[in-house]
Design a protein around this ligand. Structure first.
Ligand code: C5P
Length: 292
């Protein structure tokens, strides 16, 4: 069995306040893109689960795939039928693209089928929320959605019209989400309410969606990350010179831009790649499963 685990970008992310549990309440419009990891699930004779990743340093027990499998195995009790999970990694990790969360969601969906647990997407999303704030978005089918709470309360939105998406980050830079939220106090960028974008999406107003991205004030975490990593400011400016209005996804360091033009997006991605950035051309995708 093979599962696709697509990445996400945050088309808007407004942090509201720090909560007593240490997390932050936020509002975000999340969008799935075509860049994806793949997971295979193969039957093996020894009971329980085994895990391998095409990127060896991600093959440890602390990988979210392992944590998700351990979590579900506990629910099965005794000894679940043997399965070997292989993760084919494409999404950069620690990049603000939700790769680990998407892998965990695909693991929960995959093992739910493989071990015949019969859990609904809603039940899986509740389980997923205890592993990571972004996981429920993927378990609700991804696509386009409005997220609240610490990111785990998901209301699906109508699909975004098709846009080309350029993703770019410095090649070897990854950032821990916890460190960005931890250093946030007093350094939060003032941003517009993602409800403005939500309205534009509900009206399928393509121009308003692009205008929103052009405002440059859509992610509360951006200025604090730019202060810590000045080279991200240079990346953002470079993307601007190439005709792309870029914003940061999640806690970074990936910057993304949407474009109507395939040739502009492709050329920009090629130039950024040639300049040493990790640049990826992909596109917006629609929801893959419906809630039960
Ligand atoms: O939920 P997740 O494991 O992705 O969160 C990683 C860390 O990011 C949390 O431990 C927390 O420090 C921070 N975080 C937060 N508020 C959120 C999401 C994450 O403070 N809404």
């Amino acid at each position: 069995m093979r599962m696709v685990a697509a990445a996400k970008i945050n088309l808007g992310l407004k942090v509201l306040n720090r909560r007593p549990d240490g997390y932050h309440n936020l509002e975000s419009v999340m969008q799935q893109v075509s860049l994806a990891d793949y997971l295979t699930f193969e039957r093996v004779s020894s009971p329980g689960w085994q895990f391998k990743s095409t990127v060896p340093r991600l093959g440890g027990e602390d990988n979210l795939v392992c944590r998700a499998a351990r979590f579900l195995a506990k629910r099965v009790g005794a000894s679940p039928p043997g399965v070997k999970i292989t993760l084919y990694k494409n999404i950069p990790s620690g990049a603000g693209l939700g790769g680990g969360s998407s892998d965990a969601a695909a693991t929960l969906r995959g093992l739910n089928i493989f071990w015949r647990l019969g859990l609904s997407s809603r039940e899986l999303a509740e389980l997923g929320a205890s592993l990571g704030s972004d996981i429920p978005f993927f378990l609700h089918g991804g696509g386009t959605a409005f997220a609240r709470g610490r990111g785990e309360l998901i209301s699906p939105l109508p699909p975004l019209p098709l846009f080309w998406v350029v993703l770019a980050k410095p090649s070897r830079l990854s950032i821990s989400t916890a460190s960005v939220y931890g250093g946030l106090e007093e350094k939060m960028s003032p941003v517009l309410s993602p409800n403005i974008l939500r309205e534009a999406i509900l009206k399928a107003d393509r121009e308003a969606i692009l205008n929103w991205l052009g405002t440059g004030a859509i992610n509360s975490l951006q200025s604090s990350v730019l202060t810590c990593y000045p080279r991200l400011g240079r990346l953002r400016r470079r993307m601007g010179e190439l005709g792309l209005k870029a914003a940061m996804s999640g806690s970074g360091p990936t910057f993304f831009a949407l474009s109507d033009s395939y040739s502009l997006a492709r050329q920009a991605a090629q130039i950024l790649q040639a300049e040493g950035y990790r640049a990826i051309l992909c596109w917006t995708v629609q929801r893959t499963v419906t809630d039960r």
